[in-house]
Design a binder for this molecule. Structure first.
Ligand code: ADP
Length: 176
């Protein structure tokens, strides 16, 4: 589904196959690999990605760091560390929002035009999908209000439930 004159797209698929300027990795704070989307990205990018991540010396929760995409179709990977969900009262929302803001900041700083996000924190880190998608789209809405020099923001859903959550959140937040 395309929204905001095609600037935002919600699709299902595997983020490792997207030929965009940057795909976002939902990493852990060591940046040294994990399961889920991180494992898939490292497998598809090849061993040089691990070497590049090792040099970054980790990443704080809510922050993001960029590497090349190596063997991926994407030019870059922006690694961000989402919060681990506890009960919703430990600053989880703000930390997740910060992940999206930092990825957008890096995107603009590096002159990147197209970016694809997975649903950060909603896998092993247990963030409720509905709440996470609303935060993702609220930060996207705020970012787009600043008229950034970008072309496309893609939300890649790994399953139909995630897709449904994004579409419902988009109806409230992006389609006004
Ligand atoms: P986190 O530790 O931040 O929760 P996960 O990788 O466990 O990260 O999950 C984040 C989200 O990414 C989940 O919604 C999961 O279904 C999704 N995901 C897993 N693999 C892929 C993939 N190849 N492409 C897109 N999304 C994926």
């Amino acid at each position: 589904m395309k929204i905001r004159d095609g600037k935002v797209e919600i699709v299902t698929g595997d983020i490792t196959t997207f030929a965009v300027d940057a795909i976002v990795n939902a990493a852990n704070s060591s940046l040294l690999g994990g399961g889920g989307v991180d494992g898939a990205i490292h497998r598809a990018a090849g061993p040089l990605l691990y070497e590049a991540c090792r040099k970054l010396k980790g990443c704080a929760t809510g922050d993001a760091k960029i590497t090349p995409g190596f063997q991926l179709p994407a030019k870059y990977v922006i690694h961000t560390v989402g919060p681990i969900w506890k009960d919703g009262n430990r600053g989880e929302d703000e930390k997740l929002a910060s992940c999206y803001r930092r990825c957008f900041e890096i995107m603009v700083a590096e002159g990147l035009k197209t970016i694809a996000f997975p649903a950060i924190s909603t896998g092993a880190y247990g963030f409720p999908m509905e709440r996470a998608t609303r935060i993702a789209l609220e930060e996207t809405h705020k970012f787009l209000e600043t008229n950034p020099p970008i072309e496309k923001i893609i939300f890649v859903c790994y399953n139909d439930r995630a897709y449904k959550c994004y579409i419902e959140a988009a109806a409230d937040i992006l389609i006004k």
